[in-house]
Design a protein around this ligand. Structure first.
Ligand SMILES: Cc1cc2nc3c(=O)[nH]c(=O)nc-3n(C[C@H](O)[C@H](O)[C@H](O)COP(=O)(O)OP(=O)(O)OC[C@H]3O[C@@H](n4cnc5c(N)ncnc54)[C@H](O)[C@@H]3O)c2cc1C
Length: 378
């Protein structure tokens, strides 16, 4: 029998792949096991990653800024969200990559390889790349299976956005409070809003974001951002220091179904992006802990990574948004005005009991959810 070259091969050295590699490198259980992290490009564009958590946490050293207060603004409501004991935290992906790669390199058991993986043969357990072929006893794979785009059974909403990191002449931002959603600049018949991460009174990242079944042209984001500065912030005097754009799939497609005894899908490719929010930073931490716990207790690494109850709720929510995309503002208004931020975060973190879930659902008081429930659950 030919012995595989690597014990584990991690395809993709992004948020999920690097974190998995680091946790493996820190754990004596995996000491001496040869691991490779393969990425086609380790120097991807810098992303701003935000998440909420209670008090201090393990990423605080990488944190650029955090907020204890937030805002939700619609045509009718302007709500202050007092987050305590949660903080809304922001980290820069470049610093994350730099720090994690350095620590992993120092561990000695893990190598970084630049190559683009084309396919994994599940029988021979070989991954074919552009430059070489890699054998392993188990693959952790962060490539996203594009067939989710063709699925008729599952909804996909794209969270797509462009942000300007700006410096204004006049003080126009409140650095103590970030804006989760501001619906005052509208895009017709769509769920679309402005998201603001203010750093100082004159510096912020301002993003125009869509939750829609369609994508749009680059100039549309620019037009909407321009309107936000003119009509809401009422300033023309600002400089764009950098831009950030992205598309995050919000889908109930069961990516985890392709997990097997020898291949575990991770990250966005494993369905770790929460379908109803597009957030995955904290999910990544939780799921990697679960993978390691599974391996140590003799289970398959990918076992029980996805909470079925919350995946159903997310599927219903996505269906409502897909069928009634123009109602996003009204739905999110109820969500933020009828619930406390603490209840909202607990629910989105998938930590609520059934009675707490029902309370949140009743607060939305919307017949579209009943219709989608029957469509998705019966
Ligand atoms: C601009 C942006 C901002 C975001 N902000 C947030 C946020 O604030 N909070 C949050 O929770 N989530 C956020 N997300 C969503 C999500 O957290 C990120 O997309 C996150 O990076 C996903 O982690 P990942 O490991 O799955 O993918 P990535 O971090 O994208 O890593 C995947 C890696 O796989 C590599 N790869 C892909 N195909 C191959 C191949 N064939 N061979 C070899 N390597 C390959 C890529 O080069 C890449 O390095 C954001 C997403 C974007 C795009």
């Amino acid at each position: 029998m030919i012995v595989p070259k690597y014990f584990y091969v991690i395809i993709g050295g992004g948020l999920a792949g690097l974190q998995l590699a680091r946790q493996l490198s820190r754990d004596v259980f995996f000491k001496g096991k040869k691991i490779a992290v393969i990425d086609s490009d380790f120097s991807l564009p810098v992303k701003t990653w935000c998440f909420w958590e209670k008090g201090s946490g393990k990423w605080d050293e990488l944190m650029t800024k955090s907020w204890k207060k937030g805002k939700f603004i619609s045509s009718e409501d302007n709500i202050d969200l007092s987050l305590s004991p949660y903080n809304y935290k922001m980290i820069n992906s470049a610093k994350y990559h730099q720090d994690l790669q350095k620590e992993i390199e120092q561990s000695g058991d893990i190598v970084f390889i630049t190559d683009e993986i084309k396919e994994i043969d599940p029988v021979t357990m070989k991954a074919k790349g552009d430059k070489d072929t890699y054998s392993a006893t188990h693959f952790f794979d962060s490539r996203v299976d594009p067939s989710y785009l063709e699925s008729k059974k599952h909804n996909t909403i794209f969270q797509h956005f462009k942000g300007w990191e700006v410096e204004t002449k006049e003080p126009v931002f409140n650095p103590d409070s970030f804006t989760m959603m501001d619906y005052r600049i509208k895009y017709p018949e769509a769920t679309a809003f402005t998201y603001i991460l203010p750093f100082t009174e004159t510096k912020a990242l301002v993003e125009y974001t869509f939750f829609t079944p369609f994508l749009t042209e680059d100039k549309v984001y620019d037009e909407m951002l321009q309107k936000y500065f003119q009509n809401i912030l009422k300033t023309k005097d600002f400089e764009i220091k950098s831009t950030e754009a992205g598309v995050i799939p919000m889908t109930d497609f069961p990516f985890d179904k392709s997990n097997s005894r020898k291949i575990t899908k991770i990250g966005t490719g494993g369905g770790w992006v929460k379908p109803s929010t597009g957030y995955s930073f904290k999910n990544t931490e939780k799921r990697i802990a679960k993978i390691i716990e599974n391996i140590k207790s003799g289970k398959l690494p990918g076992e029980n990574l996805i909470n079925k109850k919350f995946r159903k709720y997310d599927a219903i929510f996505l269906d409502v948004l897909a069928q009634n995309n123009h109602k996003g503002e009204a739905i999110f208004s109820k969500f933020y005005t009828k619930n406390t931020p603490q209840d909202i975060f607990k629910y989105l973190d998938e930590e609520t009991s059934v009675s707490e879930d029902i309370k949140i659902m009743l607060s939305l008081n919307n017949f579209d959810f009943v219709k989608s429930f029957f469509r998705k659950c019966l």
